[in-house]
Design a protein around this ligand. Structure first.
Ligand code: ZN
Length: 215
């Protein structure tokens, strides 16, 4: 119950910050939203995109799911929650940036790395994270014989690249990228080091965006 009490007190603080006194931001947001950036992040409680980037309400349109994965374009009769949010962000809100935000110690990727294809995790999780199976197979081939820890980290990063590729399978998204109206970014938050990395196509790997606080 203490957890819920803390959250209600948190809402009072939010209300005080944004609805009393200086309410200029929400006087605009009451009318509508115009976020310029879509973040696709993990559901992990430690990786809150708004908190990590100091974003204000209205700044980020956010999709969160297990292991921050983007499925490929599949216009069929299925229920495609991620694709629906993606469509809204790109076609209606016309965001200018999409950030796929991965992270270290990702439970979804750890589950994928530790399972074999015959042993799926849970009713839904195993099937969902199997989207990143190509990243897993690539890492296992490239880093054969390396430690599990190293392979898992590499898979977390490769899965971000896979999601960036899958984003481009959506034709209306690819069109906007080609027209330079939309930029794609792959970011990796290293929880242990408090560091932010980004995928660099030029370097064909991850480079530091914000150095960590720990050596
Ligand atoms: Zn995660």
């Amino acid at each position: 119950m203490q957890d819920i009490v803390k959250l209600i007190a948190g809402f009072r603080q939010f209300q005080k910050n944004y609805f009393r006194g200086d309410s200029e931001l929400f006087s605009q947001l009451k009318v509508g939203q115009q976020p310029k950036t879509l973040v696709i992040g993990c559901s992990d409680s430690r990786v809150d995109p708004s908190l990590l980037t100091g974003a204000d309400p209205g700044d980020l349109f956010i999709i969160r799911n297990v292991a921050n994965l983007v499925p490929p374009y599949e216009p069929d009769a299925g229920y495609h929650g991620v694709s629906a949010a993606l469509e809204y962000a790109v076609c209606q809100l016309q965001v200018e940036h999409i950030i796929v935000l991965g992270h270290s110690q990702c439970g979804g990727i750890a589950g994928l790395m530790s399972s074999d294809c015959d042993c799926q995790v849970g009713e839904f999780i195993g099937k969902w994270v199997s989207l990143a199976e190509p990243a897993k197979l690539r890492v296992q081939e490239e880093l054969a014989g390396k430690s599990e820890q190293l392979q898992t980290r590499a898979c977390e990063q490769a899965a971000i690249m896979l999601s960036l590729d899958n984003l481009l399978s959506f034709p209306w998204l690819q069109q906007r990228v080609e027209a330079q109206a939309l930029s794609l970014h792959g970011w990796y938050f290293d929880i242990q080091r408090g560091e932010l990395l980004r995928y660099s196509p030029e370097a064909e790997g991850y480079v530091t965006l914000v150095p960590g606080t720990n050596p």
